[in-house]
Write a protein that binds this ligand. Sequence first.
Ligand code: SAM
Length: 273
Amino acid sequence: MPTVSKHYNESLQLETILLQLNDAYPDGPNAYQLAPIDQLHIGGIKASEKLAERLDTLKPESVLDVGSGLGGLLRVCKQRHDAIYVGLDITHGLSYANQQLGKLNQTSSPCMVVTGNGQQLPFADESFDVIIMQHSLLNMPDKINALKESKRVLRKGGHLILHEVLMGEHYEQMLFPVPWARTKDISHLTSEKSLTALIDEASLRIESINDWSEEAILWRTRQTNKQATQQTSSQSPVVSPAMILGCDFIQMGKNVQSNLQNGAIRIVEILIC
Ligand SMILES: C[S@@+](CC[C@H](N)C(=O)[O-])C[C@H]1O[C@@H](n2cnc3c(N)ncnc32)[C@H](O)[C@@H]1O
């Protein structure tokens, strides 16, 4: 099993997650009730909703989410815009969990989910109108192939949307563990300058770059406060990121907050064609 999959698989408690969700929400959880576990990126469900707004103007018929994890983004997009949605993730345990979570929502059919590598996509040329990578390029060492593969499977006039973590001005202050890596060996952050050069090398073109770091800090601060309240009260949440990332999730969150505040990392949304 690749090391990155081991990271996302080793603490995954799917049975507990499904039991807790079925107990608490017999009619099926809504997107907000799933968000603590299926929005595994900085900015939570609000960030996914903001990305989904892009689809209003792009109007894709088919969307591929590379590194789809537990599928939160796919479900948010599907609720907003009708299209064929496919999720791809290298961690089979997460792809399986994504399918199981998709079945809990009785009002919409689950998205198609594939286990595979974003650096070597198992799709024919020109298969999708939009490809999204949300905090998944950060685990990929071979970014040029991930970008070239996206270019290959995008239809003419298609768009690639990145919602990613980049190295900040003070990357030397980076603290681990973070949710995507306990140690630096599977964290593959790049600077905006290097990523821009790779996008160019892949014959892709940047339409816009938006820095979401400020709102990411506000979101992370709210999460830290919420977790502190939960820890002191006797009420435990129905589902928690700890059921995927393990007990050091709290420390991971605190480190994300410090990394953002210290300028070790930045959060960007990049629209590419
Ligand atoms: C931080 S999680 C983000 C998951 C999801 N995008 C989200 O925001 O909730 C990173 C995800 O990328 C996946 N991933 C990492 N490397 C990958 C690769 N080479 N190909 C496909 N998926 C990959 C991981 O398995 C994991 O599900």
